[in-house]
Design a protein around this ligand. Structure first.
Ligand code: WT7
Length: 648
């Protein structure tokens, strides 16, 4: 099958590749033979105040230590802005489209410089010092990009928090990160919903109580709605910031100084903040985005990811700007106010590179080809996806219908922890296989391990590991290095374990088979099932619960919860109530699709819940359960099947 569906390099004459197949081969060989030299060469993609003379220093063994370019000095905002001012100060750096407002802001590199400097001055005036954390919770508006770069300019560590988190979720992250300042918005509109950013932040700050480290809150007024402002703590962003000087001398940081941290889900309940270091991350953002999305003058890259995810950091902000490209953001929805809304924007703003999620592609596919045909889309020359598996038929639809068969489709596999693309094609320089995230970028050494941790050669299937460090690798988990070592380096000693399973075919192409831990992926949002179970464990009316992911036609996976209600409680929990409880605690994005209240759960003799069976039942497969002899009670399987069938 892998060779049948091969799309050769010459299929897209419309797309000019950034390198030839032979050049790519040579690059791979060089990176393999001389990694230190290769990565020092790649470091020249960005601006250094002091050039590094060292590549990687550290070890994946024991108390894992990861350092890159350790003697180098830089400032990330200089890489993204100042460095381009002479050559392309008047080129548009950022196109910011706001739904319901005509036109879009066209922010040049020179304008971006001014805005970032004003905010850097304002943050300094409010007492933010280098190394301190600043939380950013904003919709997709230009201030979000400016805020990240202003933090970078003063050497503060940004922590971007998703607008979909609940007050509780935000409070937990504010306290864990020790953020001293928050940048948020009054409210945002998504379709016909209002997202009350400031209200949620106020609730979160209240929940922090005595443990609140936040001293100031900057509020971008995104609508006319009046929001309560606490004098002495809250400031209107533009009233306050716009009065500061448009110049700020960047704070030069050592390469290993943290640039940002980002919360992500793992297999235990507590969300963890992954820490990324300035030098390695910047090289990595420039390198990976330069390899896959090689922007030429005139290219407009629209990565539709929210800035609160790693894709938003690397593919919206740091990668395109480090490479001197034009990046676009929009707060719109793909299908509101009408189907094909994102396609309008591609035509309106002459987008040449579209990078989105498989969920968005499936949603566009569900709207039908006629919607697509009504658009020109002639500016498009490259298409990309990431974040979750894309099936070969959806890949082909994206290629044939959105791309009109003229644009290569780059499926890239990466993670918050890898910070940039690990598996992905160099478009035009190698054949593509629909449904495969292609091959490792040059300099990356991937491995597949069997259940005993033995590394498999040639075509094989196993747990996906990375054998050697790469510049953009996460350095630690904030305040929990032990968890970092345990989560990523104990599964296969000496290797970084990704948490995913994969198959490698005869051509060395990788096919991701999905997470191997209890992490699920709902519409590209990573969610730990343990997070959901931990929330439900706080409800005294519930005895126990199990959350699983099941296939979903648009979202990829959907969350299904099985819960056991305690007997003899006065107010019985309802399925709707359980859904609300999860959404209130974690955020709307985590709201279960379905909840089943069941009398018990299938368990092994050692008391472990058999999730494999729950996943099967929840997916509607109610036969061929395999060997059930290890269960304490085999009848419960049938009982649960009956519950599920009754609901449908
Ligand atoms: C998990 C990481 C792309 C970065 C944004 C997500 C899954 C990611 C793919 C892909 C199949 C993918 C993996 C990974 N994933 N890309 N191309 N094909 N699965 O970053 O939120 O940290 O999630 O997303 O399971 O481990 P994240």
């Amino acid at each position: 099958m892998s060779t049948l569906s091969l799309i050769p390099t010459h299929s897209h004459p419309h797309y000019t590749a950034s390198m030839s197949p032979a050049e790519l081969q040579a690059m791979r060989a060089h990176a393999q033979q001389n990694p230190e030299g290769f990565w020092l060469e790649q470091a020249r993609r960005i601006h250094w105040h002091r050039k590094p003379t060292q590549g990687f220093r550290g070890s994946f063994e024991g108390d894992v230590s990861i350092k890159w370019y350790d003697d180098g000095h830089l400032n990330a905002s200089v890489c993204c802005i100042d460095r381009h001012l002479t050559a392309r100060g008047d080129q548009v750096a950022l196109i910011s489209h706001r739904e319901g407002r005509p036109g879009a802001e066209q922010i040049t590199y020179a304008m971006l410089h001014e805005r970032v400097c004003r905010l850097a001055n304002a943050l300094t005036d409010l007492g933010v010092e280098k190394g301190e954390r600043v939380a950013i919770s904003l919709p997709m508006i230009s201030e979000a990009v400016v805020a990240m770069l202003a933090c970078a300019r003063i050497g503060a560590v940004h922590v971007v928090l998703f607008g979909g988190f609940s007050a509780e979720g935000i409070a937990e992250r504010l306290m864990d990160s020790g953020a001293v300042l928050v940048i948020t918005a009054s409210e945002a509109r998504r379709g016909n919903k209002t997202i009350p950013f400031k209200q949620t932040m106020d609730d979160a700050l209240l929940k922090c109580g005595q443990n609140c480290t936040v001293k100031s809150v900057l509020v971008v007024r995104t609508s006319d709605a009046a929001v309560p402002m606490l004098p002495g703590r809250d400031y209107d962003y533009h009233d306050f910031v716009d009065g500061f000087e448009p110049d700020f001398v960047p704070v030069v940081m050592p390469a290993e100084a943290p640039l940002f941290m980002l919360y992500t889900s793992g297999s235990t309940g507590k969300p963890k903040a992954v820490v990324h270091a300035t030098g390695g991350y910047m090289v990595w953002a420039a390198y990976t985005m330069g390899m896959v999305y090689a922007q030429k003058p005139g290219d407009v890259l629209w990565c539709t990811a929210d800035v609160a995810w790693i894709t938003g950091h690397t593919s919206v902000v740091y990668g395109p700007l480090a490479n001197g490209g034009t990046t676009m953001i929009s707060d719109s929805l793909p299908n509101a106010p009408h189907a094909g809304r994102w396609l309008d924007l591609i035509d309106d703003y002459k987008v040449t590179m579209l990078f989105t999620s498989p969920t968005a592609v499936r949603a566009m596919m569900a709207d039908g080809d006629a919607v697509v045909q009504a658009h020109s889309l002639e500016t498009l020359r490259l298409l990309g996806v990431a974040g979750e598996p894309i099936s070969s038929d959806v890949w082909m639809w994206y290629h044939d219908v959105i791309g009109r068969g003229k644009c290569p489709v780059a499926d890239t596999w990466w993670q918050t922890e890898t910070a940039g693309v690990v598996l992905g094609p160099v478009p035009g320089a190698q054949p593509l296989k629909p449904g495969s995230a292609s091959t490792p970028l040059p300099g990356l050494d991937l491995a597949l391990a069997d259940p005993q941790g033995r590394i498999q050669e040639n075509s094989a299937e196993g747990s996906l590991c990375i054998a050697r460090s790469w510049p953009g690798q996460a350095r630690t988990i904030w305040r929990d290095h032990e968890r970092f070592c345990k989560t990523y380096f104990s599964m296969v000693p000496g290797f970084y374990f990704t948490g995913d399973g994969a198959r490698r075919d005869d051509d060395g192409y990788y096919w991701i088979t999905g997470r191997m831990d209890d992490v699920i992926n709902v519409a590209g949002h990573r969610l730990g099932t343990a997070e959901v179970e931990d929330v439900l464990a706080t409800d005294h009316r519930l005895l126990e619960s199990a959350a699983v992911g099941v296939p979903h036609p648009v979202k990829g996976q959907a969350l299904v919860v099985f819960a056991i209600a305690r007997k003899n409680v006065t107010a019985q929990p309802t399925e709707a109530g359980i859904k609300r409880m999860v959404a209130d605690a974690l955020g709307r994005y985590a709201m279960p699709e379905t909840v089943y209240l069941v009398p018990d759960l299938p368990r092994t003799r050692s008391g472990k819940i058999v999730r494999r069976l729950l996943r099967k039942i929840a997916s509607g497969e109610i036969e061929n359960f395999g060997d059930l002899s290890t269960l304490t009670d085999q009848e419960i399987v049938q009982t649960i099947c009956n519950f599920v069938q009754e609901k449908h």
